[in-house]
Design a protein around this ligand. Structure first.
Ligand SMILES: [Zn+2]
Ligand SMILES: [Zn+2]
Length: 302
């Protein structure tokens, strides 16, 4: 995945898209607020578990556990007899019953169809907003529009960025980089991220800091960034930005406490099948970013 940079000069379409998007632009606080409501509703009861000090709550199996580190500071793998057991797929309703997408088993049939040697939880200290890079620090303007999507892997810190793709208003991928987290990857979550150990080992990879420096060259304070649940992408990139268009907000779910998936929106609005490559290699952040751009071009009628 080479580093591609082609920033188009101003054109009439660019100006039109930029101005047509104004009615959908939200600042970060608004996007965070809206996304918090839906994630609280989605998680429901899970949030009522109180996590004692020194413990963590695994987001996969809902077990309380203590993170034990080895001499290198990496988490120790769990005992083979006591692995994290969970369902990686979401619940889907068929004929009034809820089934897991991963194994087609009924909800509550058994604790999980998949095991893993590490639990997964966010380290609240890792998401230190004071260490974010802010696009508001510069005064430069470019009135550009980009769509962004990140793929994540699992580390002891929680979800960390392993790939970032950025698409311009011509649906051209202008930036695509593999990102190597500073901490050991515990799970590549290949079925969702499309990232494998080999892919990352082959590289080339960048550090998150290098990615932030690259992005600051073309994402200016007035650049509009489009994304699906874009708060997650900004969190993964540790980036503060205030000109945001979130396709999960622009195309709301009929149940206001839920969010449409990008896959569903691509199918319904663009008549396109995405995240459907059959190879088991999960999402493709370039394709997802392109889909976000196309959804907004569709929305404004371009
Ligand atoms: Zn399952
Ligand atoms: Zn677990």
């Amino acid at each position: 995945m080479a580093f591609l940079m082609k920033i188009r000069s101003f054109s009439s379409q660019k100006k039109t898209l930029y101005s047509l998007l104004q009615e959908f632009v939200k600042d970060k606080r608004t996007v965070d607020g809206l996304s918090k409501i839906s994630s609280l509703m989605n998680r429901g009861k899970r949030n009522s578990i109180i996590v004692p000090k020194g413990k963590r709550l695994c987001e996969r199996c809902q077990q309380l556990y203590q993170l034990e580190l080895d001499a290198n500071g990496d988490p120790k793998p769990l005992d083979p007899g006591n692995l994290c057991t969970f369902h990686p797929g979401k619940l889907e309703k068929h004929n009034f019953y809820l089934y897991y997408k991963c194994c087609s088993e009924r909800k509550d049939a058994r604790p999980g169809c998949t095991t893993h040697e590490y639990h997964v939880s966010e380290d609240p200290l890792f998401d230190d907003k004071s260490k974010y890079v802010s696009t508001a620090d510069g005064n430069e303007s470019n009135r550009a529009v980009f769509a962004v999507d990140c793929e994540m892997c699992i580390t002891k810190n929680g979800h960390e960025c392993t790939r970032v793709s950025i698409v311009n208003e011509d649906r051209v991928v202008v930036y695509d980089a593999l990102v190597k987290p500073d901490t050991k990857i515990l799970d590549y979550v290949t079925q969702f991220s499309g990232i494998t150990r080999d892919l990352l080992a082959k590289g080339p990879t960048k550090s998150l800091k290098e990615v932030q420096e690259d992005l600051s060259r073309f994402i200016k304070r007035d650049t509009i960034l489009i994304g699906h649940s874009i708060d997650n992408d900004l969190k993964a990139l540790k980036l503060h930005h205030d000109q945001l268009v979130d396709t999960a907000i622009v195309f709301p779910h009929e149940n206001k406490n839920r969010r449409n998936s990008l896959r569903w929106l691509a199918d319904k609005k663009l008549e396109r099948k995405i995240q459907n490559n059959g190879s088991g290699l999960g999402h493709d952040s370039a394709e997802d970013a392109k889909t976000c751009m196309e959804l907004m071009l569709y929305k404004v009628g371009l």
